[in-house]
Design a protein around this ligand. Sequence first.
Ligand code: DGY
Length: 328
Amino acid sequence: MNVYITRVIPDEGVQLLKNAGHTLNVWEEKRNLTRDELIEKCKDQDALVVAGFNQVDETFLTAASHLKVIALHSVGFDNIDVATATRLRIPVGNTPGVLSGATADTAFLLMLATSRRAFYMHKTIAAGKWGFFEPTADLGIQLNGKTLGIFGLGSIGLEMARRCKAAYGMNVIYHNRGNNHGAEKELDAKKVSFEELLQQSDVLSVHTALSTETRGRFNREAFGQMKPSAIFINTARGPIHDEAALLEALQEKKIWGAGLDVTDPEPMSPGNPLLDLPTVCILPHIGSATVETRNAMARLAAQNIIAGLKGERLPFPVNPEIYEAQEL
Ligand code: DGY
């Protein structure tokens, strides 16, 4: 059968699909397909791999309702109108679990780099400003025994908390809708209200999905409640924080620093003033970008496509309710 892939994905996934006998059509240009182009490309396809941030919205899904399965090459699915896919009975799959460690590594890297102003220090050397040593200059913040606040303690948040506890004996607090009993037992993590998370965290790390509930959650009011010594980390989705409010909070020293792997919009413009701040470290959404993780993501995406094209339940479904309805 025919599978359309919106960006080049690692060979491990490609080989699995080919070995299953499928014909692959890959978009190789380094720009996002427009919605109309994607509709056109999918006309004679049986399945779609969304590898990137293509908007799979109601218009697209209605035009491409013949697709037997859509597999995301990501764990996040905020770019997909899942409700419409479910209504049209198109199974959608994602890649959970396999990128938790790599993404938590990125959050940890940003925490440490921000706490020591590492990216800015690098830039000062490149600008020829490594000058006179001053014992009171270039000071960072030590992390030992500090409080880590996790907003969204799922599998990536848990990996971040584990790293922070093991490396720096950090106290872990978190804000979720439900309790994460495993983390409470393993890490002595404590569930707190959103306000307590803001007020008590020395490092506040975001690990939740983007939804109507979380969009813009870290706004002016939220940053205003944080400690002036706090570090804000976001490796989840850019729109969860309000970028203008974050800039203002940093400039007015309402918080100390920020480490971002996600911005709004992406890519971030090179002239963004956040890039000039000494206590800000920004990466271009590379949370899952290791060879091992991207291979694993490609394998999971391929497994979802192979199952979907056989009419079987996807191993990693985002809308399992499709099957529940069938089973009734
Ligand atoms: C994900 O999987 O959702 C990542 O953000 C994309 O790399």
